[in-house]
Design a protein around this ligand. Structure first.
Ligand code: MG
Length: 317
């Protein structure tokens, strides 16, 4: 099951008992021992044993108290504890199980029973550990899948599906709070020409660069830049009046100019430019994502028709 030997800690104030248990178990396990509770706890914290055999009757700190302390400490909380006790003390058994022990071994010690119980509990512990690891791994994988389901694989921006989910949520929120909600929709000018002349690999790189510009341009909490599809991008701007959204859109248009990504096959400029539409409203009650997208889309088409590389704003109020 594993190459390293498992560790067992024996805590008993009678050295003869430790000796017997050691003889039974040392062939299969690494044995540590202590003759009082406080030493046992220190060794448990330091060595992280896989199992602890704990005597109940000990002076100063008895087994119950030692067990309770082990269960309070995050370093030793998960370590299974088996009590070693004199035979036939049923009341004590209940008390031991209450404070977190998983089993009892009664004195006088019977080697085959000790061996079998120890083996069973160690196997259980290994299964528990493995299960815990798998559960953590599963959680990580699920989070990764959730992220992938929201993300556009080319640009790393939110994908269309996630964009529409968020837009619907923002519309609902805006209608509750009576806040403004604005939407930017933009399209890379003459992108078909770009692809035809530079090739699809260069086209993809161009879209990635535009995605990065969007990502770094819209950083307020709640802003959501997304890839809408093809060479179309969009940005949700919660709590943003139309005038503010129009300014942000114009800043984006100018940022594209500053970035000066060459586009020799554009009829509007020697570089990559955006046609941008902005729609915004305070009247979102009963509205849908499709409605707001459609309004922004119409504004964007007016930018296209008006000569591209420009911002068109429509007020919906
Ligand atoms: Mg004792």
């Amino acid at each position: 099951m594993q190459t390293e030997r498992l560790k067992i800690l024996i805590v008993d104030d009678t050295p003869a008992n430790i000796q017997i248990l050691n003889e039974v178990l040392q062939g299969d396990y690494d044995i540590f021992f202590a003759t009082n509770g406080p030493d046992g706890i220190r060794i448990a914290q330091r060595e992280a044993p896989d199992l602890i055999l704990l005597d109940i009757m000990m002076p100063e700190m008895d087994g119950y108290e030692a067990c309770a302390r082990l269960k309070e400490d995050p370093r030793t909380r998960q370590t299974p504890v088996i009590f070693i006790t004199a035979m036939g003390e049923e009341e004590d058994e209940a008390k031991g199980l209450e404070c977190g022990a998983i089993d009892y071994i009664t004195k006088p010690i019977s080697p085959p029973i000790v061996k079998a119980r120890v083996k069973n509990h160690l196997e259980l512990k290994l299964h528990r550990d493995a299960l815990e690891e798998l559960t953590l791994e599963l959680g990580n994988k699920n989070r990764e899948l959730e992220r992938l389901a929201r993300e556009d694989s080319l640009t790393g921006l939110a994908n269309r599906r996630h964009f529409i989910e968020v837009l619907n949520a923002e519309i609902n929120r805006a209608s509750r709070t009576r806040q403004f909600l604005s939407l930017i929709l933009c399209d890379v000018d003459f992108f078909k020409n770009y692809n035809d002349h530079y090739g699809h690999v260069a086209g993809d790189r161009c879209l990635q660069a535009v995605g990065q510009i969007l990502q770094s341009s819209f950083r307020r909490a709640g802003d959501l830049p997304a890839r809408y599809g093809g060479e179309e991008f969009t940005v949700i701007l919660p709590d943003t009046p139309l005038s503010g959204a129009a300014q942000l859109a114009e800043k984006l248009r100018q940022r594209m100019i500053v970035e000066a990504m060459p586009h020799a096959f554009s009829a509007v400029a020697a570089q990559v430019t955006l046609s941008i539409g902005v729609a915004g409203t305070r009247e979102t009650r009963g509205r849908t994502a499709a409605w707001l997208i459609d309004e922004a889309d119409q504004a964007m088409y007016r930018s296209k028709e008006g000569g591209r590389n420009r911002v068109t704003v429509v007020s919906l109020d």
